[in-house]
Design a binder for this molecule. Structure first.
Ligand code: G3P
Ligand code: MG
Length: 473
């Protein structure tokens, strides 16, 4: 099947050949120079930007001529841009229950110490393996969230956010789905998925290839972040189905795609937001662009480093727990290692790339800002609680990241971790718990007292209730 031209595809205008990075200045390597003047800040990278491929590969020989060729780079890889402050939705999380809220505020007036402690703690929950397995809830999670949403002796909201390496759709779509599954309202203002902080990159790149997720939902996510020209692999397949030799492209998919003459488009960056649903096509297109001359399809650069466009992955987990009965399943980190290995075997050069998500420091720094903003929404106080508890199932992601960032860490047994007393390499600082519910209860008891009651009593007498008094009659 022939490739299409823009004229065939009724594309009007065309893309400004000058991308934002071209317009704002760049180094000889063509990568953008971040500055702190805009709406983003740069967080020093925790991990090396050089691919892990060598560590995982066997018998892939290096071409001697290519071996030591690694171009000098600017801040790409050494720091990760994140938004200066989170974008808040204008939606109120839930309708107030006036009589209950009045009683709760009377109870809270009598329990000032506990109230202060409740506002000085927060939780960051991993999702897969802690709150859910895919679309199936972990039952104990519902009770934990209900308690934090006010079903406790003070009727107070104890702040929490969701911090997941999952992704692939808009924050709004995922929060709606989670609210239904977990039977608790989840606001986008308390939610961070792997690619949420990557919205900062929209200030650096205009035309991006976005990979991963179901259907075309990542396009909506990337457009919400402000990327101007978001290209999905299906757009490219619709232009030229021969790019992916084994792929059958349906008419239905073609109808949803936005093809144009991609030989005339200059890509600024590749963003892998979520798990690929079509490894063959996605890997082929990524490799095509990495080897191309400055991000132009159908070209090959003579120098695989100097003219390569940057690639970002939203997270690096190798495996994740699902409702599959056997061992954990492969996820984005495994896909990334595949890309790195192919790139290295074709060029002899280690791929330089950036990986967001837990355990990267940038993700935790962003989480602090989201917790602070959420505190303002629920308690009208722009403060960051001192005692933050990360509850996760993956020692190599949730726990190491939380430990490095100075949070308390709780490891649960409902996901990746299936070991003994604690993880030997990345032990959870606050302990190991059967489920998220026990972790939350232990943390709340530590901060608010061993006798703290995990149930709101609608018949509570605010006069007899208070610091030093019996909690529930
Ligand atoms: O792909 C891995 C991802 O789903 C893990 O999510 O919530 O465990 O960080 P989470
Ligand atoms: Mg997990």
């Amino acid at each position: 099947m022939p490739r299409f031209d823009d004229a065939d595809l009724a594309v009007e205008g065309g893309v400004d050949p000058r991308s934002p990075r071209d317009q704002r200045g760049s180094t000889a390597s063509g990568l953008p120079i971040p500055n702190d003047a805009g709406n983003t800040i740069e967080i020093p990278a925790t991990r090396s930007s050089i691919s892990d491929a060598a560590q995982f590969m066997h018998n892939l020989s290096l071409s001697p001529s290519m071996k030591d060729r690694r171009g000098s780079r600017n801040s790409f890889g050494t720091s990760l841009p994140i938004p200066r402050s989170p974008r808040m939705s204008r939606l109120h999380p839930s309708a107030p229950d006036v009589s209950r809220d009045i009683l709760a505020s009377q109870v809270q007036d009598m329990s000032k110490e506990k109230v202060a402690a409740a506002k000085n703690m927060a939780f960051a929950f991993d999702i897969d393996g802690v709150l859910c397995h895919g679309l199936e809830p972990i039952e104990e999670a519902k009770e934990a969230l209900r308690m934090l949403n006010g079903d406790n002796e003070l009727g107070i909201k104890i702040p929490y956010i969701l911090l997941t390496n999952g992704g692939g759709k808009t924050e709004a779509a995922r929060c709606q789905q989670l609210s239904e599954i977990l039977e608790n309202p989840i606001s986008t203002d308390q939610f961070i998925q792997s690619h949420t902080p990557m919205q900062a990159l929209s200030e650096y790149y205009e035309t991006v290839l976005v990979i991963g997720g179901e259907g075309l939902q990542v396009r909506a996510a990337a457009e919400n972040y402000g990327f101007k020209n978001v290209v999905h692999p299906k757009d490219i397949l619709a232009w030229d189905p021969t790019v992916s030799p084994w792929r059958t492209f349906t008419e239905e998919e073609r109808a949803q795609a936005r093809p144009r003459d991609f030989s005339k488009v200059k890509f600024d960056a590749i963003l892998v937001f979520a798990d690929s649903r079509d490894y063959a096509t996605d890997m082929q297109l990524i490799i095509d662009l990495l080897l191309a001359d400055n991000g132009r399809f159908l070209t090959r650069s003579e120098d695989p480093v100097a003219n390569r466009i940057p690639i970002y992955f939203s997270q690096g987990d190798l495996v994740f727990p699902t409702n599959h009965k056997g061992p954990t399943r492969l996820t984005l980190g495994a896909f990334r290692i595949g890309v790195e290995a192919i790139y290295k075997s074709l060029t002899g050069v280690d791929l330089e790339r950036v990986v967001y998500g837990k355990p990267e420091r940038a993700t935790y720094t962003y989480a602090d800002e989201v917790i602070r903003a959420w505190m303002e929404q629920i308690h009208n106080e722009n403060t960051l609680p001192k005692n933050i508890y990360m509850v996760g199932d993956n020692p190599a992601s949730d726990i190491i990241g939380g430990n490095m960032y100075g949070w308390n860490t709780c490891l649960v047994r409902t996901g990746v971790f299936q070991g003994g007393d604690n993880d030997p390499n990345n032990p959870a600082s606050f302990g190991v718990f059967p489920t998220v519910l026990q972790a939350v209860q232990a943390a709340v008891r530590k901060e608010l007292g061993e006798d703290f009651k995990f149930k709101w009593n609608p018949k509570v007498n605010p006069v007899t209730h208070g610091d030093g008094a019996s909690a529930v009659e």
